[in-house]
Write a protein that binds this ligand. Structure first.
Ligand code: ARG
Length: 459
């Protein structure tokens, strides 16, 4: 039975009911709706609506209901209720009879759904932060195991300067650090309890909302009832955090796809995260990474969808706001899956060190070293840049690497070049010289790994 039948003389059209009902997605809020209801029942004792014994009966029945469904929420989908709030109430009435009908006193589904989704979002933050840390730890471990793998670093997808695979891994650790802290920030702002705001104007029962907030695990009660029932900032902030993190994961995935390509052949992804072609027997496709890259689009779409939904929405609650759920559920599930999948991709990745090294040797990625060498010999940088440019053209025309040129060949372009040039052109020297904080020097990378391990209290 609908919660609001008294005012109506006609039943809802079935097509409208299908369109309007939200149980098929908000069933996922069952646990939060039950917890919120237990909190509310306690508040009702304080204002004399329920006796202590009645509250105990309700709490026991609600806990029973939670235990019945918590591990298989899909059973709720068999019901015909309009939404999860009606479902919980009707099941409660099935259990305790008329007493169950008292629970909704002074409460509206508007403050109820607001508290349910906030409780759910708070729980998700904790779970997502755990998955982010797991991926970071896997990246740190991969960095640690690949400290000696020199490879080309790119700008404009052109070989630029040599780096190490370890340094590449640690770059993603940093991005994920910011993703993690964005969740911490968002959590602080969502940690206020809207329950007790009624439909929009506040509840007519003089409950202690600060106590209610504490009972439900919030830091404090919200300050304005109109805002409380119409605020979906926490959803938008989580979608924004998810979108940015998915942008990071999509770059990780794209790098992996390039590294795994036949052309680069820098890494080999394991059979466990790749798939074959139905036609071409030789193929091993990086599907896990391609899906991570692709799914970034739908998470960003959910953010955009939600922003447009709240834009221009008048205060306070409007049914438009029911549209918050499918987007946030899907986006956070997707983000979660992608974090886990990225961790799995790294699990038994093989770096082809010979190949990455050979590739770093090509492409004149030590040209900056030659320019710095000339600067050290007194040539102004602008001139040295030009001289090295000409030297590179000569080397390309002669099919040689810079380190393969003879001293007379170097001297065609600059008189100052001597035998000591070969040392500075080596890959090792390129890496070691970049020893300021954040640079690719093996020492700095080892420090970054050690530092990350202490930060995340890696065993
Ligand atoms: N299913 C609704 C939602 O998700 C619950 C709140 C309904 N409130 C109302 N006044 N119809 O937003």
């Amino acid at each position: 039975m609908a919660l609001w039948g008294g005012r109506f003389t006609q039943a809802a059209d079935q097509r409208f009911k299908n369109f309007n009902d939200s149980l098929r997605f908000d069933y996922r809020l069952a646990e939060q709706d039950i917890d919120g209801s237990i909190g509310w029942s306690k508040a009702l004792v304080s204002v004399g609506v329920l006796t202590h014994d009645e509250q105990q009966q309700l709490e026991q029945a609600l806990n029973e209901l939670k235990a019945e469904v918590v591990n298989h929420l899909e059973v709720i989908l068999q019901d015909d209720a309009e939404d999860i709030h009606s479902w919980v109430e009707s099941k409660l009435i099935d259990k305790v009879g008329n007493l169950g009908k008292k629970l909704h006193t002074g409460r509206s589904r508007n403050d109820q759904v607001a508290v349910d989704i906030k409780l759910w979002c708070k729980q998700q933050v904790t779970l997502l932060q755990k998955s982010i840390r797991q991926l970071q730890l896997k990246l740190v471990e991969t960095a640690e195991n690949n400290q000696n793998s020199v490879m080309p670093g790119y700008t404009h997808l052109q070989r630029a300067q040599p780096i190490s695979f370890a340094h590449w891994c640690m770059a993603y650790v940093e991005m994920l650090d910011r993703d993690y802290s964005r969740l911490t920030d968002a959590y602080q702002r969502m940690n206020s309890c809207p329950l007790g705001s009624g439909a929009l104007a506040g509840t007519a029962y003089a409950i202690d909302r600060e106590q209610l907030a504490k009972d439900l695990g919030f830091a404090f009660a919200t300050r304005n009832s109109l805002d409380s029932v119409s605020d979906r900032d926490h959803i938008i902030e989580l979608l924004a955090a998810a979108s940015l993190s998915m942008a990071h994961l999509s770059r990780f995935a794209e790098d992996m796809i390039i590294f795994n390509s036949g052309e680069a052949n820098f890494v080999e992804l394991s059979d466990r995260v790749t798939s074959g072609s139905s036609l071409m027997p030789q193929k091993k496709n990086p599907d896990a990474c391609e899906l991570i890259r692709g799914k970034a689009g739908r998470v960003m779409g959910a953010l955009h969808g939600m922003l447009v939904t709240v834009k221009g929405l008048p205060l306070a609650y409007n049914k438009d706001m029911q549209e918050d759920k499918e987007g946030i559920f899907d986006a956070l599930d997707t983000w979660h899956d992608c974090l886990d999948m990225a961790t799995l991709v790294l699990e038994d990745i093989k770096v082809n060190v010979e190949r990455t090294r050979n590739s770093a040797l090509k492409g004149y990625s030590n040209a900056t070293e030659l320019a710095d060498y000339l600067v050290a010999k007194g040539v102004p940088f602008r001139d040295s840049h030009h001289i090295v440019g000409e030297t590179v053209v000569y080397a390309i025309q002669n099919g040689k690497a810079l380190e393969d040129l003879t001293i007379p060949e170097f001297r065609k372009f600059s008189e100052v070049v001597g035998d000591d040039v070969y040392e500075i052109l080596s890959l090792e020297s390129c890496l070691t010289k970049r020893c300021a904080k954040g640079g690719v020097s093996p020492l700095r990378v080892a420090e970054a790994i050690a530092d990350a391990k202490t930060r995340y209290s890696y065993p």
